[in-house]
Design a protein around this ligand. Structure first.
Ligand code: ATP
Ligand code: MG
Length: 381
């Protein structure tokens, strides 16, 4: 067990790393962040920021020597860096789980082989795979690049199989999965924390609404029946166990014609779990600290219905932020900003949580705030 005073390493310095850093420092740990961005949101709050590439050997060496344990906030950390660090300190989650989720092909193959249902898919690695994929997966479908896609990037809608070859070329003839577009009743996600002794704790299920391929709103608890809820919790716990996972794992699902399909898994806290910062007994970031340090998991119980809304750079007028006064006028709204210098369209700048005695009330207030923040006219007055 690593106790306060120990030093934790964080690979990646974005908002997830920042909220981990806040939780860890609050609990009395030192945090060293590795991120090549000098303005990294986590780096600016860390005890120490190594501004270097993820493959930089002197930086990795320093991390390995200084830190008692290392974790990550994004799945694209090179496997060789994790393996290097694992020779010097605890790395949680391990390289195996992180690298598996880096690639949609290995991720979906793992899910399929372990009996977790996904949308029907086929793998495309070379031109000879195109015909078989077109036969296997009915259209409409989505062609997704296997690596480095996020927020809907690296995806092509395929209306009919004749479009497949061109779309594959558009994605640079890189390894891809062709995935059937399923009818969505709802999108949901869940976080599971798993310790090295195999003890798992699931958070409440979140219901997620996306806009232009980016998470917009999470509603918690998800408006699903207990049968589906139990299925979700069983599935997430099963996936974490099959990966022999240590840490916080997020699992995203589609509900399609009542069936539960796994969309993807993330070896870290997740945007759809930001509601835990204000609405659960233990936040997902405290939970990550606990897991990394080998402490028992904290209680993930929901204290109050909650709605989380993402704040994208689109809300900024140039670099002028929206009128936060509108948000602070609500006593039950909690603002979280990530300290990013530059606002850009589609860039996640922050989020807010609205807590209320009923979900309807939380949703109503959250949406009113969303409209007020987007209302540019009232901003000038
Ligand atoms: P993120 O960064 O949010 O994880 P991503 O780039 O990995 O996103 P996906 O999770 O694959 O992208 O897809 C983004 C969104 O697109 C999904 O949340 C869903 O709304 C929609 N989508 C993706 N695949 C399918 C599908 N097979 N059928 C229906 N909708 C889909
Ligand atoms: Mg996704």
């Amino acid at each position: 067990m690593l106790l306060p005073g120990s030093t934790l390493g964080m690979l990646g310095g974005g908002q997830l790393g920042r909220m981990f850093t806040i939780a860890a420092r609050n609990m009395g740990y030192e945090v060293v962040v590795l991120d090549p961005d000098p303005d990294s949101p986590a780096g600016m709050l860390a005890s120490d920021h190594l501004c270097a590439d993820y493959l930089d050997i002197p930086a990795l060496q320093y991390l390995g020597e200084t830190c008692d344990a290392v974790t990550t906030e994004f799945e694209n950390v090179p496997a060789e860096s994790l393996e290097y660090l694992a020779r010097h300190c605890e790395v949680r989650p391990g390289a195996h789980a992180v690298t598996l989720t880096q690639d949609r092909i290995s991720e979906k193959t793992f899910l399929h082989d372990n009996g977790f249902a996904t949308a029907p898919f086929a793998v495309i690695r070379d031109p000879a795979d195109l015909d078989a994929a077109a036969r296997q997966v009915t259209t409409p479908a989505i062609l997704k690049i296997a690596r480095f896609g996020y927020d809907g990037k690296g995806q092509y809608p395929i209306a009919s199989s004749e479009e497949l070859a061109d779309a594959w070329q558009e994605l640079g003839n890189n390894p891809c999965v062709l995935e059937q577009r399923v009818t969505l009743d709802m999108e949901i996600s869940v976080l599971v924390a798993r310790g090295s002794n195999g003890e798992s704790r699931c958070y409440p299920v979140a219901e997620n609404i996306h806009r232009h391929g980016i998470l917009d709103v999470s509603v918690v608890p998800a408006r699903i029946d207990t049968v589906l809820e139990q299925q979700v919790l069983r599935s997430a716990t099963g996936i974490a166990a099959a990966l022999d996972y240590v840490g916080v794992l997020a699992v995203e699902f589609f509900v399609s014609h009542g069936d539960l399909l796994v969309n993807e898994i993330a070896p870290r806290p997740h945007n759809s779990g930001h509601y835990t910062l204000d609405a659960t007994l233990t936040s997902q970031f405290e939970q990550q600290v606990r897991a990394v340090c080998g402490l028992p998991p904290g209680d993930p119980r929901l204290l109050c219905p909650v709605v989380m809304i993402n704040l994208l750079g689109d809300l900024w007028q140039g670099q002028t932020p929206p009128d936060w006064g509108k948000l602070f006028a609500r006593p039950n709204a909690k603002l979280h900003l990530y300290g990013k210098r530059e606002a850009r369209a589609g860039r996640k700048m922050g989020h807010y949580n609205v807590l209320a005695p009923t979900l309807d009330e939380a949703l109503h207030t959250a949406q009113e705030i969303q409209q007020q923040l987007a209302d540019t006219e009232s901003r000038d007055t």
